[in-house]
Design a binder for this molecule. Structure first.
Ligand code: SF4
Length: 427
């Protein structure tokens, strides 16, 4: 059979393996362990080298050569047929599934990273309505792209998506690349996203591995321990490739994701309705609640951020950009109210900050406290402490923007900024 590595534009499977595990980080297999790429065995040693021991042709990529332990070639095919049939009958009706347009699939995969489907749906529809093609996205100003992303979080995804769209428009004639190597060269596209788009849009034989798929595979194979540990993640990556149904790689990848999202869920998997339960080693051994092992969470850090809504008599306010240590994490380098992390005396510390960045006279400043708001960013528990300051006129400084408070929604701003603005209405 033709070798998938060659179908993907690589001269040998080793070259493909180097791109997947060697030359690039492995990061987009949704938050894999950071160091995984540095110590990973090349795929050739997991899949292709195994083939060399069992197949006469060194470039053969028949993935049954490294069989999951509970399968024979025949039962593996039955397992694949069963899961594919279940997926085709029961898959959820999601907008990115109605098309094999790589652009639409790519946008969905980027939005879905670390974000729930329900949260993504309205953003996805709005984004595709505004930018129906990769060319329309490439032509758009970054500010418009960020505005449509506002509230979805992880804004580097939007910035990279925009940069990659420009590259596709200028260097790939507006078509998402068909080779893994070219896809991985685009900004913001790691192995997970490349495998998802190439398999779903172009039927490329590449298995995806994200948190959901890892959990399903770990349970199927009764793989214990921390799934994010580099060695275990490599084991799961090899396992994902060996399970892959080469006749329908796109559907296969989506079927595993769907199974993880709807049935083989993290806490209480619904094994009674699972289409592949008869092949599941965790179920057979009574380990479904122990796999995966709970992850050690980073201890939460409490942070207090004081922010000033300056308002002039015309109802206008001033926004700033990149002014402090929290702009990246909390405000994502977008327009925000002047803000600073505070310790004991929020009002006084904020007044000092306003003097430092906007040259506002502390003596004439009256800061009226507004209702506080909670905001979580990964391990950070942030308390937002908004203050209203009425000023006769707004300062004129570089890298600032003056606008009516009612127009805030028209600018790209993080949800923390919107929470601060909402405090005005709650006072
Ligand atoms: S039998 Fe249960 S644990 Fe095993 S794959 Fe199915 S849902 Fe997951």
């Amino acid at each position: 059979m033709p070798c998938p590595a060659q179908m993907l534009g690589f001269t040998t499977p080793i070259r493909l393996a180097r791109v997947i595990f060697g030359g690039r980080t492995f990061r987009s297999y949704i938050n894999p362990p950071r160091e995984a790429h540095s110590t990973a065995l090349p795929l050739s040693q997991h899949v292709f080298a195994s083939n060399r021991r069992t197949e006469p042709h060194p470039h053969s990529c028949d993935n049954t050569a490294r069989m999951p332990p509970q399968f024979t070639p025949r039962t593996l095919k039955t397992f694949q047929r069963r899961l594919l049939a279940w997926f085709r009958a029961h898959q959820r009706d999601l907008p990115w599934r109605s098309s094999r347009d790589p652009y639409r699939i790519w946008v969905a995969e980027i939005m879905l990273q670390q974000t729930r489907i329900a949260a993504v749906l309205p953003y996805y529809r709005r984004f595709l309505k505004t930018f129906p093609t990769v060319e329309s996205l490439a032509r758009a100003p970054q500010e418009k792209v960020l505005q449509l992303w506002s509230g979805l979080g992880y804004y580097s995804r939007a910035r990279n998506l925009h940069r990659a769209a420009k590259e596709i428009a200028s260097s790939h004639a507006g078509e998402f690349p068909r080779t893994l190597e070219a896809a991985l060269a685009l900004p913001g596209i790691g192995s997970y996203t490349a495998a998802a788009v190439l398999s779903i849009a172009y039927d490329q034989p590449l298995a995806v591995l994200d948190g959901n798929v890892a959990r399903v595979l770990a349970r199927l194979g009764a793989i214990r321990g921390d799934l994010r540990a580099p060695a275990r993640w490599r084991q799961l990556a090899a396992s994902a490739q060996s399970y892959l149904a080469l006749t329908a790689p796109g559907d296969w990848n989506q079927a595993l994701m769907e199974l993880g999202e709807t049935i083989c869920t993290p806490r209480i998997p619904r094994c009674g309705v699972c289409p592949v339960s008869r092949w599941c080693l965790a179920r057979a051994r009574g380990l479904t609640r122990e796999i995966p092992a709970p992850r050690r969470k980073r201890a939460p850090v409490r942070i207090r951020i004081a922010a000033a809504i300056l308002r002039d008599p015309r109802g206008r306010t001033i926004l700033v950009r990149d002014p402090g240590a929290h702009d990246d994490v909390l405000f994502s380098r977008m327009w925000q109210f002047p803000a600073v992390e505070v310790a004991r005396h929020p009002e006084a510390e904020l007044a000092t900050h306003l003097h430092d960045i906007l040259k506002i006279d502390r003596a004439s400043l009256h800061l009226e406290p507004l209702p506080s708001a909670r905001h979580g960013v990964t391990f950070r528990n942030i308390t937002l402490l908004p203050f209203l300051a009425r000023v006769p006129r707004l300062p004129k400084r570089p890298r600032t923007r003056v606008l009516l408070l009612s127009r805030l929604a028209q600018l790209p701003a993080s949800s923390a900024t919107h929470k601060i603005a909402a405090a005005l209405a709650r006072r």
